[in-house]
Design a protein around this ligand. Structure first.
Ligand SMILES: Cc1ncc(COP(=O)(O)O)c(C=O)c1O
Length: 466
């Protein structure tokens, strides 16, 4: 299997094969690799070749040494065949000592909040129910969410318009299943670059996913109008394009609604982090603008509280809403009743709003820290800082962002390449930095590590080309 005539050293060839096997899932997470001596004998190479290959991909984060218990595969990937797995090693459990800048992770504070604990205490004290929770959610949580969305997002919502979900992925699965019930595989346009998990989930749920390009302000309606045939649905992130950060202006929102209405396209509005605006007020949700277009708003507690909860909601209306509720009933997958009770208590008691206000201040502070550390550099372009809990750094082409990711991982910082979010369009060179979970100190340290790597690589590339 190793080519002795190649100019590529045997250890590098073996490292490449092992990396490929891990990426393709042939070698699974936690699987123990053969001892170096045994593999060397099997391959007919010296033990040093195997040791060097193991060391190389251990340094990249793919393997972990467990002393006498052997060397094991250390990473779990975000799915198969999606852009998220193309290049960047993504560890399953980032080791304690690592500073984790993977986007999408909020601060862990809500679980230390007194009001959160009190909400659970009250939920536990309620009489134990012995039937399934209602398919679309408990009346208490749906009503609490309707009030919360009115106050925080200016949405006029009826409790009956809400469907409680186990988060965005569950919501997308539900929507794809409901669309499929109309008779054929639904075509769904998804922003490119966009949220890789959404592409994966929709595909797994039987949708035909197509890419739609993104401009500075998010999805471009002009491009949609030139499509040969309209899709069944389009998934957009108008508040804060994921991951580039564009904010769709109201005029563009109205044009999107108009196009959707005329072409009978369902808009899936992923409103994943609109609670965290740092510079300007959030623009009105598509779901709140006057239009006869079908809009489904997808909300999640993953950013406001934690992905650990696996809870979110949909705001659905009209015929699409009825279809979704029916499908929810058919699928028989309600969200845990006790979780819904605790959340309803937390939302109604004002705990969630207070937590969001605290978290917003924290994130605004870390955002300022990002600007302070990186804003003055000409070689790095900071973006997506208007809101949310991630930012992007575009890097000069002379430094390969994927190499920065790998090097940073070796130095204890887990960060993701911007390239991973592109499906078809030409990928941009850069990093996506999640600043929700690390402390200020960790973030500052991680940025120091990253900038030092970039500086070193830029210097060696200029001295190499001189
Ligand atoms: C664009 C986008 N939408 C939604 C979510 C939340 O997904 P879920 O609710 O399934 O945790 C994320 C999380 O990272 C995201 O990046």
């Amino acid at each position: 299997m190793l080519d002795r005539t190649s100019h590529i050293p045997l250890a590098a060839q073996l490292a490449g094969r092992l990396r490929e096997a891990i990426l393709q899932g042939t070698l699974r997470p936690e699987q123990t690799l053969p001892a170096s001596r045994r593999l060397a004998a099997e391959l007919g190479v010296s033990r040093g070749v195997v040791v060097r290959a193991y060391e190389q991909i251990s340094g990249e984060g793919y393997l972990e040494s467990h002393g006498s218990a052997g060397t094991r595969v250390a990473v779990r990937f975000d799915g198969r065949g999606t852009p998220a797995v193309k290049t960047t090693p993504r560890p399953a459990a980032v080791r304690e000592a690592m500073i984790d800048l993977t986007p999408g992770r909020p601060s862990g504070e809500p679980f230390r909040d007194r009001e959160w604990r009190a909400a659970w205490k009250r939920a536990i004290a309620e009489p134990v129910q012995i039937e399934l929770p209602p398919a679309s959610g408990t009346p208490a949580l749906r009503a609490a969410l309707a009030r919360h969305l009115g106050a925080s997002r200016g949405l006029t919502v009826d409790a009956g318009d809400i469907v409680v979900t186990a988060g965005t992925s569950d919501a997308l699965q539900l929507i794809a299943t409901a669309l499929r019930s109309l008779g054929k595989a639904p075509r769904v346009l998804v922003e490119d670059p966009g949220y890789p998990t959404a592409r994966r989930v929709l595909t797994a749920a039987g949708a035909l996913v197509e890419a739609t390009p993104v401009g500075d302000d998010g999805s471009e309606v002009r491009q949609l109008s030139s499509l040969a045939s309209p899709p069944d649905a389009i998934l957009v992130t108008p508040s804060h394009q994921y991951p580039l950060g564009g904010r769709m202006p109201v005029q563009e929102r109205l044009a999107l609604l108009d196009w959707a209405e005329q072409n009978r396209v369902t808009i899936l509005e992923d409103d994943y982090d609109s609670e965290f605006r740092h510079t300007r007020m959030p623009l009105p949700a598509l779901a709140s603008l006057p239009s006869n277009a079908e809009v489904i708003l997808i909300g999640t507690f993953s950013k406001t509280l934690s992905p650990w909860l696996r809870c979110g909601y949909l705001v659905v209306r009209g015929a699409a809403g009825e279809r979704i509720k029916r499908t929810r009933q058919d699928l028989d997958t309600p969200v845990s009743g006790i979780l819904q009770s605790a959340l309803a208590n937390y939302v109604d008691g004002g705990g969630l709003a207070r937590h969001i206000a605290r978290a917003r201040r924290q994130y605004a502070h870390r955002r300022a820290l990002m600007i302070d550390r990186l804003g003055a550099r000409d070689d790095l372009k900071l973006a997506a800082l208007d809101g949310g809990l991630h930012a992007i750094i575009r890097i000069d082409e002379q430094v390969d962002a994927r190499e920065v990711v790998q090097e940073a991982f070796k130095q204890g910082v887990c960060v993701v390449a911007l390239e991973d979010y592109f499906a078809e369009g030409a990928a941009e060179n850069g990093l996506v930095i999640g600043y929700g979970a690390p402390s200020d100190l960790q973030l500052a340290r991680a940025l120091d590590v990253i900038t030092a790597i970039i500086d070193r690589k830029a210097k060696s590339s200029t001295s190499g080309s001189a």
